[in-house]
Design a protein around this ligand. Structure first.
Ligand SMILES: C[S@@+](CC[C@H](N)C(=O)[O-])C[C@H]1O[C@@H](n2cnc3c(N)ncnc32)[C@H](O)[C@@H]1O
Length: 320
């Protein structure tokens, strides 16, 4: 057994050798136990998973997917930016309609399960980064959780997004709730999550990304960058749509997905952006494939939890 360096006194992670089971000291036994059982499950299921890979059907490395279309890699960033600029002001409303409000439960679970914050007996605040975090709800939720549960009012947050319009929505949210606006602990930054040029290596304790990474042109580059910016002992934590594992639910979802672009055109006068969102969900790798990509980036004790029959999943990994 070897010990990981301390993320902070409040977030100590130790990693058992062999099967990769982990124990989070002073962090959350619940998360730790799930990781242990997940790792066992993952080990026994080996890597026989099939299903889609985001790049599997594109042989030319200069091209990539934009939803179901094949586009030049250089164009994808602009196309994705167009989608989110278009949906930015209606983002919350559309999320509620599209997920029937369930996205709020998934996000609450994501934040509670991570259970991050500077513990009262610790002297070191945590450095969070929420990538593709434009709307701000995950970032503010994490800070609220840290304050409510651990009286942590010191940990810092970088909210980064490639799209300034989405970041403006986050700032608007901070202003409206009269919290985290002009707060020196919170910084909004326009950055591509694939590179995070302005974020120092080994500088973050917690990296979160929620419903954002499937939009990256190069998802593996995004994961490699997450690894780069995390400190040893830091945690990668991702919420994203995934592969539904129940045939009946999948059938229901397929019908609902056909209707979503129509809903987009009614509510936001924008059929195409919502068509893209549906297609990007279909293109995203399944749970096991994404898990192996996280491992490829160098993370250890990688695991996941499927939510709502696999409609989405939380994936995590530790930088050792
Ligand atoms: C569906 S929204 C998710 C927003 C928020 N995290 C949430 O959970 O509601 C996707 C976000 O990913 C951002 N995004 C897309 N590609 C990105 C990239 N390469 N780097 C950083 N952000 C990106 C978009 O601008 C958009 O704000």
């Amino acid at each position: 057994m070897f010990r990981l360096p301390i993320v902070s006194n409040s977030l100590r992670v130790s990693l058992k050798n062999g099967n990769g089971a982990i124990r989070c000291l002073s962090y959350t036994n619940r998360l730790s136990n799930e990781k242990i059982s997940q790792t066992k499950q993952d080990t026994s299921s080996s890597s026989s998973s099939s299903s889609s890979s985001s790049s599997s059907s594109i042989p030319n490395p200069n091209f990539t997917h934009f939803g179901s279309k094949t586009v030049a890699k250089d164009d994808k960033e602009k196309l994705v930016a167009g989608v989110f600029s278009s949906v930015a002001t209606k983002y919350d409303l559309m999320n509620d309609l599209m997920s029937l409000g369930i996205h709020r439960l998934w996000k609450d679970h994501f934040i509670n399960k991570l259970d991050a914050g500077k513990r009262p007996n610790s002297s070191e605040p945590l450095n969070f980064i929420d990538v593709a975090g434009g709307s701000g709800d995950i970032a503010f939720g994490l800070l609220d959780h840290a304050e409510t549960k651990f009286h942590d009012t010191e940990s810092t947050m970088h909210i980064v997004d490639i799209n300034p319009d989405m970041l403006k929505e986050g700032e608007k949210r901070a202003m409206n709730q009269n919290k985290y606006f002009n707060d020196p602990r919170v910084q909004f930054l326009v950055q591509n999550g694939e590179t995070l040029d302005k974020i120092e290596s080994n500088s973050k304790d917690i990296y979160t990304v929620s419903f954002g990474i499937r939009n990256f042109t190069d998802i593996q580059a995004g994961l490699n960058t997450a690894y780069r910016v995390l400190k040893p002992g830091g945690i990668f934590y991702c919420l994203e749509f995934s592969k539904i594992q129940n045939e009946v639910v999948d059938l229901g979802y397929q019908q609902w997905a056909k209707f979503l672009p129509v809903l987009g055109s009614i509510v936001a006068n924008d059929y195409n952006s919502y068509q893209y969102l549906v297609e990007s969900i279909e293109r995203f790798p399944d749970q096991e494939t994404f898990k192996s990509m996280i491992e490829k980036a160098g993370f250890q004790s990688v695991g996941y939890e499927s939510l709502t029959f696999g409609v989405c999943a939380i994936h995590w990994g530790i930088k050792v």
